[in-house]
Every structure is written in C-alpha cells, then in structure tokens.
Design a protein around this ligand. Structure first.
Ligand code: ASN
Length: 327
C-alpha cells in the first residue's frame, strides 16, 4: 500500500476492528499482556506505573525525534522510554517492570520496515545487581512462556490466522555485534563496525537464523550513554538485542547500566548532549545508584511475530504509523 492508500485505510479503523482477523489479533494480544505480567510476577517482579512526561527522556532512539512541549514554562518531553526511571526504581526494588506507551517520531522511511510505529507500548524491566547475562536469561524465559501460553489458550485464533508458531528453545544462541557484522558483510552488506546494523541487514539476520538470536556487545558508538562499557574491553558495551526468527527483526533491547556518575557525565558530554538536561538523573548517580541490568520489549512487535503479520499496524488496535495521520 502506498502512503495515501494506507492513510485512508487507517482512517477507517472503525471498520477493520469489526473484522474477525483483527479481533483474533486483539484477543491474542490480551493473552500476551496477561502472560507477560503473570510470568514476571511469578519470578519476583513487581509492576510499577511509568511516567509519560518528564524533563528528559531516553536519547538512544536511533534517528527518531522526541516530542517536546511547554510544561508551565519548562520544556518537557513525552517519554521515548522510561529507562531512566526504572534505574531509579532499581534503588528500591530488586525486580521491577512497567508497561507504558512510548512516543518516537520515526523517519517516514521506516514505514518500509513493517515494524516501526510512532506510538508503541514497551514492557521495560530492570533487575538490581544483575549482569546482562542474567537479563538475557529472564528475557528468553519470558518470551518462551508467552508463546507457550498463547499456543494453549489461543489455539483457535492462531488457526484462524493460519499461524504455525514454534515454541522457542532457550538458551538462545549469542553472537557478538562484531561477528554479526562480519557475517553480514560476507552476505554482501556494506557495513561499518562502529555503527548500528541497518534495518535491512537486521531483517536478513533475523531470516538467516532458524531460531531466536541474541546479538551482544555493541560498540559504544552505536548506543545511548546508559549501556555499560566493559571495563576489560574498552569501547565494547555489556548489552544486547534479541532478534525474532523468520525475518521479524528486533524484539528486545537492553543491557547492564552505566551507574557511575563520572562515566555517565562523560558519555553525555561526548554524545553532544547537555548534562544540565539530565540534572535529576546525574544528581541521583552522584549520590550512589544500585548497579542494574534490564531491557525493553515492544508489545506490538511481539504481537506481530506471534500472529505472523506482515505489518506492525496489523498488530495494534489504533496504530500510529510514521507519517500517517490516523485516529
Ligand atoms: N528499553 C531499552 C532498555 O531497557 C532502551 C530503549 O528502549 N531504548 O535498554
């Protein structure tokens, strides 16, 4: 569908939502949401309420724009993710999660990826005193549990969508960012080792592996200031992304957090941002913050994968697609 067709299609969402296909997707999404919450509670997490506005938000959003507005004379942001707040909560609770809307005004080219929305919901979690390997274990168990539950409780809806869903088998394979770049270059992609992997190459990676795949150890230049640099391997971050199989692309993004004031302040400066904007956050780190690790998983992407949908706007009741004006 071209832009005009998609826009008029999505303007009439009140028609789509009555169709059996979208109703099946929304029922499956309901099961996904309760499976995520049930599983996390069963392994000791508590759910906290996330803010949706604040003086500063997640800067690590890969070319998307943040939304700013006037808040009683001060510039405020709509959350692009609540990452800084879950680090704050990690000072009080060992395992927390929050499920909240995020706004990222993605460039219009991302319509072609089939997996970008400008408004999406992310389940963000954080674990105090954990390593990135601990966080990956939580992530793969969580995804596996969700798939198992949907297969049992939504068998009819999956069948109606003609989705033959395989139950993942953790532990998932881990490949370093460096090795993934070499692998993709052999496949003919022109890539740079210090950068994020382009979306088309991510899709190829997700297609070439028969199962879920962790990419670990991203270069410092590719990520936000909050992912922790490995002390023994300067320039390498203790972080990860999880990729869905079948070309569905990125599922999870996370890592260990940088929690030492001096390091974070230096990284904010070298990324060209103003430390002044992160005043409360830097003050919190200065006074001592619990080391932690965590990740975020996009709920619509998880729904898209589970339902086997080509476009992410088919996996959300009221989609906001980059560049498209819709209800
Ligand atoms: N939620 C992600 C994390 O925990 C960050 C993000 O959304 N950019 O690392």
């Amino acid at each position: 569908m071209d832009k005009e067709e998609l826009q008029s299609h999505l303007q009439a969402r009140y028609k789509d939502i009555k169709k059996p296909e979208l109703k099946a997707v929304i029922r499956i999404q309901d099961e996904i949401l309760s499976a995520l919450r049930d599983h996390l509670r069963s392994v000791g997490f508590i759910e906290i309420l996330a803010p949706i506005i604040g003086p500063v938000t997640d800067p690590g959003i890969r070319g998307a724009s943040q939304v700013s507005f006037d808040y009683y004379g001060t510039q405020f942001k709509i959350m692009s993710s609540m990452i800084l707040y879950k680090q704050m909560a990690g000072n009080s609770f060992d395992k927390v999660f929050a499920l909240s809307p995020n706004i990222r005004l993605e460039p219009e080219v991302t319509r072609e990826t089939g997996r970008h929305l400008s408004e999406f919901r992310q389940l963000d979690l954080e674990i105090a005193n954990a390593s990135y390997f601990d966080a990956m274990t939580i992530g793969e168990q969580m995804v596996t549990k969700v798939v198992e539950r949907v297969k049992i409780n939504c068998a009819d809806d999956l069948e109606a969508l003609h989705r033959d869903l395989k139950i993942p088998k953790p532990p998932f394979k881990k490949v370093t960012h460096n090795d993934a770049i070499e692998l993709l270059m052999k496949k003919g992609f022109q890539l740079n080792k210090g950068e994020e992997i382009p979306w088309s190459a991510e899709t190829a990676l997700s297609k070439s592996f028969g199962d879920f795949l962790w990419l670990i150890d991203y270069p410092k230049t590719a990520r936000g200031f909050y992912d922790r640099e490995d002390e023994d391997r300067p320039g390498i971050l203790r972080d990860f992304d999880l990729f869905y199989p079948e070309g569905y692309g990125k599922a999870i993004s996370g890592g260990e957090r940088e929690y030492e004031y001096e390091k974070v302040a230096g990284r904010i400066l070298s990324s060209g941002e103003l430390p002044e904007a992160y005043k409360w956050y830097l003050q919190m780190l200065k006074e001592g913050t619990t080391p932690s690790a965590g990740f975020g998983i996009g709920v619509e992407r998880l729904t898209r994968y589970i339902c086997g949908k080509e476009y992410i706007w088919e996996a959300v009741p009221f989609p906001k697609v980059p560049g498209i004006v819709s209800p």
